[in-house]
Design a protein around this ligand. Structure first.
Ligand code: 5GP
Ligand code: ZN
Length: 112
């Protein structure tokens, strides 16, 4: 999508600190980290949120979780949290599906 921040990052129009990139997925560090390790995994394809996952796009979501397993393993993260805020009330500020990966400190439950 033309005006979507994460579509622009996926197209390379806005720079990011990348951990991983392929044709379908991008992983990059969050600009405002909430833990010692905080990166985002996004599909390059514009999907608005978890609420828009369906049979036509779920394959890339499965690949995103495979990538999370690979990157956390490669970075020696035995304990981590995966979060996706879906909708404004849940804290979603960028309407392009993304999975936060947080690690490196004790994480409280329930989240705020
Ligand atoms: P949300 O609030 O939608 O769950 O997550 C959006 C995340 O994107 C936030 O954690 C925010 O810090 C991050 N973010 C917003 N703009 C940028 C940016 O330009 N670059 C990077 N790397 N992260 C961003
Ligand atoms: Zn987008």
């Amino acid at each position: 999508m033309e005006d979507c921040l994460f579509c622009k990052i996926a197209r390379g129009e806005i720079p990011s600190n990348k951990l991983y990139e392929d044709d379908e997925l991008l992983a990059f560090y969050d600009i405002a980290p909430q833990a010692p390790v905080h990166f985002l995994v996004i599909p390059k394809q514009h999907i608005e949120s978890c609420g828009k996952i369906d049979g036509d796009n779920s394959a890339v979501v499965a690949k995103a979780f495979e990538l999370i397993a690979k990157l956390t393993k490669e970075n020696g993260l035995e304990s981590f949290r995966v979060v996706s805020n879906c909708g404004e009330e849940a804290g979603q500020s960028v309407p392009h599906l993304h999975f936060h990966v947080l690690a490196g400190r004790s994480l409280a439950w329930p989240p705020g």
